[in-house]
Design a protein around this ligand. Sequence first.
Ligand code: GDD
Ligand code: MN
Length: 363
Amino acid sequence: MIEPLPADLTLVIPCYNEAPNVVPLIEGVKRALEGMKWEIVFVDDNSPDGTARAVEQAAQADPRVRLIRRVGRRGLSSAVIEGALSSTAPVIAVMDGDLQHDEGILRDLVTPLLENRADIAVASRHVEGGDSSGLANRWRHMLSQAGIRLAQSILPMTLTDPMSGFFAMRRPLFEQAVPKLTGTGFKILLEIVLSVPDTARLIEVPFVFRPRVAGESKLSPLVMVQFLGMLIERAFGGWLPTRFIIFATVGLIGIAVNLLVSELSRFGGADFQLSQVIGTACAILINFQLNNRITYLDRPLRGKRWLPGLCIFVIGATIGAVGNIGVAQLLYDTHWHWSGASAAGAVIGVVWNYAIASTLVWR
Ligand code: GDD
Ligand code: MN
């Protein structure tokens, strides 16, 4: 017999291209939470592999399964936030949709919360009894360790696994955190922990991170950049938005590209002005792509919106580039060093581009 709703526990599962994992995951949860009143909310970003269809079919068979489908947006953190906001249960748990998280510990995770003995429970790979051997390779392992150390340095409490995507929280606590969440990147737990009062009661439950069987990890270097952006934002007390930090970082890459390419074209025989034009054009194109894939990862321009977006970006950047080249030329003429004049011009271009990008391109 299926337990009637309302649920005591909402399990939020962010998923992107996890179609083959949907049914095994539901079966595992059913077994693990036997006798409890639960619901599962899958938050799918319109995965091309038919994840939503798999969830739909499961929901037809079991009313405890729900689907939130987002179109035109991507992002693990924002998916988790939206799934959690759709819950009316007293406790919310978050778990990956790829079977890497052991649903067997769900009960240990949520029971202290249901009994109001704790506010947040984190499944940790790094307390006695936990294990992260499922991390794909040594490189991932090192990255993970570095991230933990970095995160720990800004955390008000000890959290052995702040990167864990497997945790549960009491809903009132989540609602307190919501206004402060940026929803960018992968590290939603870290953001939540940083957004609740220091008095929040936190417990950790060991678990073994399983290797992925089907599908592939979506954790990319881009996600790392977002994570760094978030840490810097928090370190600054939140007044410098992550998006701006990322945009500025992308801008720095643009400056490097600009310098490198203009230097190369100078070696190739271009005069100063031509080398500036070539360098700036390369920087604009690379900046557009990086911004589309990192800075505005949550609302990238795709399909029919890509080209118009690029056009506006290029027009804006061209106007900026005129200023860029003008300033560089002016400084060069007043006997500034070649690369100093170049860099000053590029900085002005980047500030201008940010204004255009955030108001006209990625609206
Ligand atoms: N809706 C949605 N949108 N879901 C997503 C997105 C997205 O853009 N990107 C990833 N997911 C889902 C995946 O389908 C999966 O269910 C879960 O989020 C985690 O993504 P993975 O790609 O499997 O991440 P991982 O295994 O590399 O990372 C794990 O370890 C990290 C710490 O090392 C996860 O547990 C992370 O949550 C954790 O931070
Ligand atoms: Mn995974």
